[in-house]
Ligand binder design. Structure first.
Ligand code: ADP
Ligand code: ZN
Ligand code: MG
Length: 478
């Protein structure tokens, strides 16, 4: 039997605000435990939450960015459950009336584009964190409530994802949108993005969905993909052997690369949701929404398409260049100063990316501003630097932060373009390789590259290869 998997993702993203969602406490990551709390986020009796306008604005941006509908009136609800890291005994979330509904994320996989529908985007507050000190977990646990009340959006996808790779690609695309719009840093390592994955399998061609399980505790996009692969294989094995998949929540164990049951999935009415009595319904006026819309930047998908059209780039080049907003900005600045889109794309996608990877830095931390890259490429274009020299110069610029001019002057790197000098080298090379000369004359024209290479070598890398090539042809009779 052939099976098809059905996947829906629930992503929590931390909104990039300075203050928490219902009080003025800081959201700064990494502070001393329990140092960023107040009676409101601790849920003391009698305190009143006050909604952070900036958090709402960021949530609105995310809804507009995926093409969803902002509901003019949404309602906060209490989601009641007991947990040590939740001092209030409930979490303020949105339930029946979320802030946003609909929209989609465009996912690219194997050269194909596909839209994955968004069911809803709602606002909620985060809970705290429990720690179980290694070796002493039996004696005690620690609770840090700094994270209580940190603003989140939850983005729920339709069950329209059909493979673990597609889930990975969806997360990449969603992260890009959240980062471009500055809604969230969307950094999974710092817990600013978390993903629960729902998955079921069904015989290919069957319409009804199978029973799903929910996977939690993955801490990278690759872990989400891997956990789904493992879980899909597990479900297929159960069904193939005549069993039934049980609806439950499973925890991903990264060390064992396996899933383990956590608890039977509670039914949503176990949470006893009811409207939050301390907060008014959230009303978003048309004016407010319009001003948020106007503040949206060009989105990654639109920018990618524009790069393909305006700069005639390949899909591959455009995707890499628009993977981050800062890289796309860098590219556009460089092309503005040196209008050779394909060449600038190559240098960024190959050379610059290699340095970013090697140094584990972001483009904003690169010591070579876009204008200097443009200056370097101009020199390469005017033949005052060879390709090899330009690479050497770039490497030095990355290390020292010096300008192209400074590096070139310091290294004495000037491409030799004086015809008389080049001619001398070419003659020497030709007479040093009589056999190759005869073969060339007999028609083996691919030896041209050999002669050019030998001449450039002889010059210590300085000879202008274009001119050398012309001279070689002249001497060998063309
Ligand atoms: P629950 O009531 O368990 O929270 P929801 O209907 O709210 O379930 O859906 C939660 C997530 O699970 C959504 O992302 C949705 O797309 C996905 N989902 C729903 N049903 C299935 C299914 N049969 N297989 C895979 N994913 C599913
Ligand atoms: Zn507080
Ligand atoms: Mg649900």
């Amino acid at each position: 039997m052939e099976y098809e998997s059905v996947i829906g993702l629930e992503v929590h993203a931390q909104l990039d605000t300075a203050a928490k969602i219902f009080c003025g406490c800081s959201t700064e990551f990494g502070a001393e435990g329990n140092s960023q709390t107040c009676p409101i986020c601790l849920g003391m009796p009698g305190v009143l939450p006050v909604l952070n306008k900036r958090a709402v604005e960021l949530a609105l941006r995310s809804i507009l960015a995926v093409g969803g509908q902002v509901q003019p009136k949404s309602i906060f609800a209490r989601k009641n459950y007991f947990y040590p890291d939740l001092p209030k005994g409930y979490q303020i979330s949105q339930y029946e009336r979320p802030l946003g509904t609909g929209g989609s994320v465009t996912v690219h996989l194997d050269g194909l584009a596909k839209r994955v529908g968004i069911t809803r985007i709602h606002l909620e507050e985060d809970a705290g964190k429990s720690f179980h000190p290694e070796g002493r977990a039996i004696e005690y646990s620690l609770v840090d409530v700094n994270r209580c009340g940190v603003p989140l959006i939850e983005i729920v996808s339709e069950p329209e994802i059909r493979s673990p790779e597609e889930a990975y690609a969806y997360l990449v695309a969603l992260k890009q949108i959240l980062q471009y719009t500055e809604v969230s840093r969307a950094d999974m390592e710092k817990g600013k993005l978390r993903c629960d994955a729902n998955v079921s399998v069904r015989p290919k061609g069957q319409k009804e969905f199978g029973t799903k399980t929910e996977l939690k505790n993955m801490n990278s996009f690759r872990a989400v993909q891997k956990a789904l692969e493992v879980e899909i294989a597990r479900q297929i094995k159960i069904i193939d052997s005549g069993g039934k998949v049980v609806q439950e929540t499973l925890l991903w164990d990264e060390d064992r690369q396996a899933v383990a049951p956590m608890r039977a999935k509670e039914f949503s009415d176990d949470y006893r949701y009811f409207p939050e009595p301390d907060l008014l319904p959230l009303e978003v006026s048309m004016d407010w929404l319009e001003s948020v819309r106007k503040g949206l930047p060009e989105l990654p998908e639109a920018r990618r398409r524009r790069f393909i059209e305006v700069f005639s780039l390949s899909d591959y080049d455009a995707s890499l260049l628009t993977s981050e907003r800062a890289i796309a900005d860098y590219y556009e600045t460089a092309v503005g100063l040196y209008p050779n889109p394909k060449m600038v794309a190559n240098w960024i996608n190959v050379e610059v990316f290699r340095f970013l990877k090697e140094k584990k830095i972001f483009i904003d931390d690169l010591k070579v501003p876009a204008a200097e890259l443009a200056a370097l490429l101009k020199k390469l274009d005017s033949s005052s630097l060879s390709n090899t020299m330009a690479k050497e110069v770039l490497a030095a610029m990355v290390e020292t932060g010096k300008t192209v001019e400074a590096v070139v002057a310091q290294k004495g790197l000037v491409q030799e373009s004086d015809e008389a000098v080049l001619d001398g080298w070419v003659r020497e090379v030709i007479s040093a390789f009589p056999k190759q000369r005869e073969s060339y004359k007999a028609g083996k024209k691919q030896l041209l590259g050999f002669f050019v290479g030998e001449t450039v070598k002889k010059s210590g890398g300085k000879a202008n290869p274009k001119l050398v090539s012309t001279l070689v042809k002249k001497h060998l009779g063309e």
